[in-house]
Design a protein around this ligand. Structure first.
Ligand code: GN1
Ligand code: MG
Length: 363
């Protein structure tokens, strides 16, 4: 988290004005950056009496903000809330009833603040279990909402075929020299065309559901004592999807021994005890809701999500780093390498993972 004094004075004033648009007069407001999401800029706004999350919205990444609002309205209206034992903080309306407020610098949204711990790495299987149970619980509570009624907020977001084509196009146009480590990882991801074929086969037989689609571990808020989950956040990508997306992104960010920003290459591996806890948490939440084909797709999800993220990071590196913010020039290459090593570890442990899946899911 960035400290208070990292927020420039003009940003501070601007946030005061934005809070007025929501009917909050907060002269002595404290503002700090919050969380570690890549896409939006998120601030904790604290007036001593009240706390809110204010988010500067990234419209380059999300070109259809109204689609997000429409999807979230459907979720709000039809979600089986009584099934959830955590909050889903949704954007609040401003004084004119709008979900997005703005100034000349862009769009903002205000959210209720849910206190707790937002982490980038779980410490033990119990924390893994809780996260999977929460994201599985979200899918279950949305099960009655027709996926076809949801709008696509980012076209082809988890379409592995599309992401592979985008990678091939970036390779054709890149200014980056394809040598050394770059070539090594480009060659590795080219070979993942086999996963793309598998992806096509799975999506032919699986039901579309309302899924979260960004179930990385820092999108839950744990209670400070880690006894429960207080909230599932970052609901912008809630739309139609397959269960293996949500399970897979949990595997990618929970069952890994290093987080996605790590360059400690030798330490990147799969933690099977956390993997098993993810299976248990997901099944505890979804149980009989899952079809046989969906259960069979879960182990593929981990590989698929590591692959799609690696492809996206590498594509961005080849495109000159236009999507993900970076703090050093090779960072997107390194993120792609990290995800590639994780994918290799998942592939090396396929058999052990299958044994765990059969044990926990039956079949
Ligand atoms: C982005 O904003 P954040 O950090 O929650 C990305 C996800 C990636 C993730 C990788 C809209 O999520 O798809 O999995 O980074 N979101 C978007 O860390 O591209
Ligand atoms: Mg996030």
């Amino acid at each position: 988290m960035i400290s208070n004094n990292a927020i420039e004075k003009d940003m501070h004033e601007r946030i005061g004005q934005l809070m007025e648009q929501y009917g909050h007069d907060m002269p002595n407001v404290q503002v700090s950056r919050y969380g570690s999401g890549h896409i939006h800029k998120t601030f904790l706004v604290d007036s001593q009496k009240e706390q809110f999350i204010l988010q500067s919205f990234n419209q380059k990444v999300f070109p259809y903000p109204d689609r997000i609002s429409g999807n979230l309205q459907l979720v709000k209206d039809h979600l089986k809330e009584e099934m959830l034992d955590f909050q889903l903080p949704l954007p609040m309306k401003d004084v004119s009833g709008e979900l997005f407020s703005g100034d000349k610098e862009g769009f903002y949204r205000l959210f209720p603040f849910v206190p707790g711990a937002c982490i980038d790495k779980v410490e033990n299987p119990q924390q893994a279990y809780m996260a999977a149970r929460a994201f599985g619980g979200f899918i279950k509570a949305c099960a009655a909402i027709k996926a076809a009624g949801m709008q696509e907020v980012i076209e082809g977001f988890h379409d592995l075929s599309l992401r592979y084509r985008q990678f091939e196009n970036a390779l054709k146009d890149t200014q980056v020299t394809l040598a050394g480590e770059v070539k090594e990882w480009v060659d590795f991801y080219k070979k993942q065309v086999l996963l793309v074929r598998k992806f096509r086969r799975f999506v032919e037989v699986l039901p579309l559901r309302v899924t979260h689609n960004d179930t990385k571990i820092n999108n839950v808020i744990y209670a400070h004592d880690f006894s429960k989950i207080n909230a599932v956040i970052d609901l912008d990508t809630v739309m139609a999807g397959y269960v293996f997306y949500d399970f897979g992104d949990l595997v990618r960010t929970v069952a890994c021994t290093e987080e996605e920003g790590s360059t400690d290459w030798d330490k990147i591996d799969v933690d099977l005890s956390k993997y098993e806890a993810l299976l248990q948490g997901f099944v505890a939440a979804l149980g009989e809701e899952l079809t046989t084909a969906e259960k069979a797709s879960l182990p593929f999800g981990g590989e698929m999500m590591a692959c799609i993220m690696g492809l996206r990071f590498l594509t961005d590196y080849l495109n000159g780093n236009i999507y993900y913010p970076i703090s050093y020039p090779e960072q997107n290459l390194h993120r792609a390498k990290n995800q590639g090593l994780l994918l290799q570890a998942l592939q090396a442990k396929r058999e052990e993972i299958q044994v765990l899946a059969t044990k926990e899911l039956g079949g």
